[in-house]
Write a protein that binds this ligand. Sequence first.
Ligand SMILES: Cc1ncc(COP(=O)(O)O)c(C=O)c1O
Length: 404
Amino acid sequence: MPATNGDRGVLNFYAGPTALPWPVIERMREDIADFHGTRMGIMEISHRAPEIEGLLADTAARVRRLLGLTADWEVLFLQGGGSLQFSMIPLNFSAPGEPVDYVDTGYWARRSIAEPQRMGRDVAVVASTAASSYRRVPPVSSIRPRPAARYLHLVTNNTVEGTQFRELPRTGVPLIADMSSDLMTDAFDASACDMAYAHAQKNIGIAGVTIVIVRRSMLDAIAAEARELPAILDYRTHALHHSNYHTPPTFAIYVTWLMLGWIEEEFGGLAVLGERNRRKAATLYDFLDATSFYRCLVEQDSRSVTNVTFALPSAELHRQFLEDADKAGLIGLAGHRSAGGCRASLFNGVTQEMVDRLVDFMGAFEYRNRSTACSRLASATDITGTSSPTTRPRAARSASPRTT
Ligand SMILES: Cc1ncc(COP(=O)(O)O)c(C=O)c1O
């Protein structure tokens, strides 16, 4: 496999959509013109044609194999991104006034919490790391949902803040996990949860499809309570029609099929892919820990394998860093607009070679700019302009464009 996504002169660290593995792109090139000898491009084939029905079934089979899902799980391919799941979950699994519990670990967790609140559910935030500026996730033992809660929702990897759970809580309340930025990046123990979902554009394809895995018992509970739902927002509709109730995003599902095939063929499964992803992250974290120029924003035991957040010593150096990175072809390193700082997203399409080159670039930038940083630190003025002789500078807010 090429070291750097086809050596196109760009190293893509966007937070999603983001880099795809080069073999996946090469395969797409072929199938855009002629899919499996049909003399029709993959985007031109009806969703009712056997090729696409077969593709849907095979993509679901790949998900099942990689995640080790037993027959009591449904695998669905839905539209509306991670965000629609924020609404579908309370709609399907609770009624107005019923208790639903959430863990607040940052930007996307808060977005997930806003939906049931809007719908008049009895929402409890049972654990939050807001007080520590989301620099860590809460200890799993501190997450205690109400026994009557219809479900407990959490975000396993916080794309914006760069934090990640190492394990999932087992509380007796059905667990629903937003895994948009870490599903299919490492081995996964499905027994810990009752539903998990991930949009594809980070680790498993392109924007347009969201993978949902859900236990059949969760769907049976909707039926038992005779909930009135618009058909298209009802998980049971999509399960019944094998994700082909209405025209599915065929091209996006096709790319997910390719990505999952690539994971199986290249790594033989998620465990080896997980080792590779952890090695990539360790390369960057080890570099950050060894320098006082850059500062990692996240506490050691909560650090994300897929999103590494860090700050530079001053707003000026932050701007310069992004400008120089851009010129050198390192793209997508600005932090999320709500968090500032920098972020390198090391999703499945990012290679070890790309991370090595990022670290080389960061080392060279530090070497060129260390004296600027020292004089700035000596004047004890942080990037917010506040004099602070004893503390290190806070995360910079970038003036350049950021990813979502
Ligand atoms: C963890 C997480 N959940 C949900 C979302 C929202 O996903 P979408 O933009 O597909 O609605 C994002 C977006 O990046 C995310 O990182």
